[in-house]
Each structure stands twice: as C-alpha cells, then as structure tokens.
Design a binder for this molecule. Structure first.
Ligand code: NDP
Length: 475
C-alpha cells in the first residue's frame, strides 16, 4: 500500500516538474515578465540621463573643442552656470525641422514603396521578401529587405548633389547638428510613446506582447515584439536601419566635407574613420536578411530602448569620431594609420566570419562545412507559448568553439580601431569603445540568460563545451 502511494506521489511530482519546466520555457523566453530592482534602477537612470549624456557630448564639442572635463570644471568652479551653456546652445529651427522631416519621409518612402531590385542583379545578395525567426508566440514574420537599395539610392543622390546639382552644401548635417538633435529627440520620444499606446490598445500580435505593469520598464523595453503598420512597415527593421544606419555614413561624409571647408583638406584619420565605419554600415545592409536573426529582431521588444536609441543615441554617439576630427584634424603617421587600418579590418573579418558561420550553420541546418570540416553541435529544444516543441542546434566548432560570442570580440576590435584613428589627445573619441564594451558584455550576459531559459539543460551542456564568452581563456 505504502509502496503504491509512494509510486503515485513520485509520478505526481514528475508531472508537476514537467509542467514547471514547460512554464519556464514558455514564460521566460523573450524579454522578462517581471522587473527586478536592478533593471528598474538602470532603466530609470537611462531614461533620465541618456538624453543628457548625448547633449553633453555634442555640446562639449560645439562649445569646448570636445573637452569632456572643461564644461564640468567651468560649472564646478562657478566660472559658468548651466544657463550660460544652455543659452549658447542652438535651438530648434524651421530649417532643421524641414531637413529632418524630408529625410525621414524619404526613408519611409524608400522602405515601403520600392520593392528590392538589388537581389536581381547582385550575385550573393539576399534581398526582397524574407522570413524572420519564430517569435515566442510561434509567428514567422515576413520582411521586405531593401535596405541596401535605400542606402545606395540615398548615397547616389548625396554624391550627385555634392558634385553636380549643389542644391545644398554637403556640410548641411554638421551645420545643423544641434537643431537636428532636437528633431531626432522629438521623433525618438514620439515613436516610443506611440509604440507603447499601440501595444496596449491595438497591438499587431497580442500574443507576442508583454506587459509587466511597471510603466517605466514597459516604456523602455517595449510591449510589442514586432509592431507594424499595415503589412510591411515594421518598426524595428525601419528605425534601426534607416534613419539610424543609413544616416551614419552620410553624417561621416558631412563631417569630412566640413574638414575640407575649414582646413582645405580631409585628414588621413577622417578618411580612415569614413572607410572603416563605411565598411561596417555596408556590411549591415548587405546582410540585412541575416540581421532578421539577430537579438534586436529575434528577442527585443520595441520600446524607448530601440525607438529613441535608433533615432538619437546611434546617429549622435556612433559618429563622435568624425565630429571630433572636425574640431581636431589629426594627420596620422603612415605606419600608425596602416596599423589602425589592419586592426579595423581584422576586427571586421572576425565579426563577419563569426556571424557568417552561425548564419550558414543555421540556414543549412548544420549541413555545411566550417573551416573545411562538418560542424560540431549540440542538439537542443524549446517551446513556444502554445506549447509547440521546436528543435534547434548550437554550434560548437569554428569561431563558435573558441568563445560563445566571438562576433562581439571582432566588433570590439573594429570599434577600438575607430577610436585609435583619432590619436590620444582627448577622451571623447574613446567613448565608443567604452560604450561598446559595456553594451556587448551586458548583451552577452542578457542573451545567455535568455538562451538558458529557452534551452534549459541543453544550454548547460553547450556552456560546458564552450566555457568562455568573449576571450578564450580569459572571459
Ligand atoms: P548573435 O548574432 O550572437 O545572436 C545570438 C543568438 O544566436 C542567441 O540568442 C541564439 O539564438 C543564437 N546562438 C547562440 N549561440 C549559438 C551557437 N553556438 N550556434 C548557433 N546559434 C547560436 O547576437 P546579436 O544579435 O547580439 O549580434 C549580432 C551582431 O551584431 C554581432 O556581431 C554584434 O557584434 C553586432 N551588434 C552590434 C551592435 C552595435 O551597436 N554596433 C549592437 C548589437 C549587436 P537562438 O535563440 O536562435 O538559438
């Protein structure tokens, strides 16, 4: 009798454990359902200070020749008051508002109205209608991949204007840099607020929404997973790629044009920054279909973090090197410039090859060759919200056998090269490598937490085989 009861209890426990396991994989996959105090404190900090940080950097270039310490010293010693700095800051102008509205409208037009034609004549390029990854609700979204085309059209028009038409000066972006900052902020806040309201009242896919009930967390991290207007206007794909990343190379070109105007030449450091960041941007658009499988699209919900971040943080802080070089035109020694170029190209190679290896591995379901051999991997499984079981694989060879995020390591090498191109006189250009180190380390931990919730014990097996995160033998 006792033996029978014990057997039944054991069976009940097993059943309960299975249910709990299922709940964990269903409930925790994707962004968090609950907010811990540390996340909340970080979010409040960012909401309050991120716009000020951007303003501080841009203002210190405009008013203090890019010195990060002089504004603080002026304020602390009473030499200047906040109002003095603010009064010298250019305000929003009609001209900037018109430029910015035209720019965003043009990018929306390129995104929604011109289906991709690049994939029809560029061998190896994947464009046109492509599928994203399975969402936690089990949905597979379709995307119109036409970012490369938008980038090419925009830049052809830019160069046509600079060399033939002369409708506006190529220094237009630099000349309106702070008034444009106010426009970018207005759009960033407007789109994040709209996304929050939309998430509550008319979400694109209610099953892929997450509401923690904490206003700040939901505003920052987003409610909707893939908000859309109509069939094709996808907020995440649009705001991250354009106006943010298409603008990146244009902004750098405008800074180079300003150097030419001020000093009669474009310095080697400015060319290096334009070339290295140009490669990174072009790579992004060449691989836009791959981008659909990255964390931004696969896991992050659309809130202030992406909405405001793409409109303000990215175009203003990722371009600090070019801005700095307008105020400090650095001519590099040839050997040094070649060293920086090599570091940048090596970083890019590691970044691209690591991403490519995972993409190839996942696309072919492991039926490919990595470094001339069949890839090694761990089989894993996970559940979507409706309880459907999916199977996947985690590669343990190639760069993915060296470390769990060697793609981030390559990215960091490239980022360091941009900063080194600016010499060693000021801290400001080095903000980027500090920021990227924090961003990618945090992202790595965030991603691993999510993968662990998604794959459970299979993830543990994977981390046992590939024990390091970014640097083999160190971290
Ligand atoms: P990854 O491309 O590394 O994607 C991580 C995901 O890949 C995981 O969630 C998991 O997803 C899957 N995965 C993890 N390990 C393996 C494995 N061993 N084999 C197969 N699949 C695996 O991360 P990101 O999306 O963050 O980054 C993409 C690139 O973008 C990186 O190179 C990064 O440097 C860059 N980046 C640049 C930024 C910038 O601001 N410049 C910002 C962010 C990223 P799944 O659930 O499918 O298993």
């Amino acid at each position: 009798m006792a033996a029978h009861q014990e057997k039944k209890l054991a069976e009940d426990r097993k059943h309960q454990n299975m249910q709990n396991d299922t709940k964990t994989s269903q409930g925790q996959w994707g962004r968090a359902w609950e907010v811990d105090w540390f996340s909340l404190a970080s979010i409040l900090f960012l909401l309050m200070f991120a716009p000020l940080i951007v303003y501080y950097f841009i203002m210190s270039c405009a008013q203090y020749q890019c010195s990060l310490t002089d504004p603080l010293l002026d304020l602390v010693t009473g030499n200047k008051h906040l109002s003095d700095i603010w009064n010298r800051t250019p305000m929003l102008t009609y001209r900037a508002a018109a430029i910015y509205s035209l720019w965003v409208t043009f990018q929306v037009f390129l995104y929604v109205s011109i289906p991709d034609f690049c994939h029809k004549f560029l061998p190896g390029y994947v464009g046109g209608v492509q599928e994203g990854a399975v969402t936690p609700a089990g949905v597979v979204n379709k995307y119109e991949i036409n970012g490369l085309q938008a980038w090419i059209i925009t830049h052809v028009l830019w160069f046509a204007n600079a060399s033939c038409f002369h409708f506006f000066s190529p220094t237009i972006i630099f000349d309106n840099w702070i008034p444009l900052l106010w426009c970018a902020n207005i759009l960033g806040y407007a789109v994040s607020t709209f996304a929050m309201i939309k998430g509550y009242f008319f979400p694109t896919n209610a099953k892929d929404c997450k509401i923690t009930g904490n206003f700040f967390y939901d505003y920052m991290m987003g409610i909707e997973f893939n908000p859309r207007i109509g069939k094709w206007f996808d907020f995440k794909l649009f705001f991250n790629g354009r106006p943010g990343i298409v603008a990146w190379t244009l902004i750098n070109l405008s800074f180079a044009a300003k150097q030419q105007e001020l000093y009669g030449e474009v310095t080697s450091s400015m060319i290096l920054v334009n070339v290295l960041q140009g490669i990174y941007v072009l790579d992004f658009f060449w691989n836009e279909a791959w981008y659909l499988k990255t964390i931004d699209i696969c896991h992050d919900h659309f809130g202030w973090y992406l909405g405001w971040g793409d409109c303000v943080w990215l175009p203003y802080l990722y371009t600090l090197q070019g801005l700095y070089l307008v105020y400090h035109p650095v001519q590099l020694r040839t050997a040094y410039a070649i060293g920086v170029l090599m570091l940048g190209l090596l970083g890019y190679y590691v970044f691209r090859m690591t991403n490519h290896q995972k993409d190839l591995f996942r696309r072919t379901n492991g039926n490919c060759r990595i470094w001339g051999k069949k890839p090694e991997y761990i089989e894993c499984s996970y559940m979507s919200v409706d309880g459907t079981k999916f199977y996947s694989k985690l590669m343990t060879s190639g760069f993915w056998g060296w470390a769990r995020h060697f793609n981030y390591t390559g990215d960091l090498m490239g980022s360091l090269a941009y900063c080194l191109a600016c010499g060693f006189e000021h801290m400001l250009p080095y903000f980027y490598i500090i920021y990227m180190t924090i961003l990618l380390t945090h992202r790595c931990i965030r991603d691993e937490h999510r993968c662990s919730s998604k794959y459970g014990k299979d993830w543990k097996c994977y981390t046992a085989v590939v024990p390091y995160r970014l640097l083999p033998g160190i971290f």
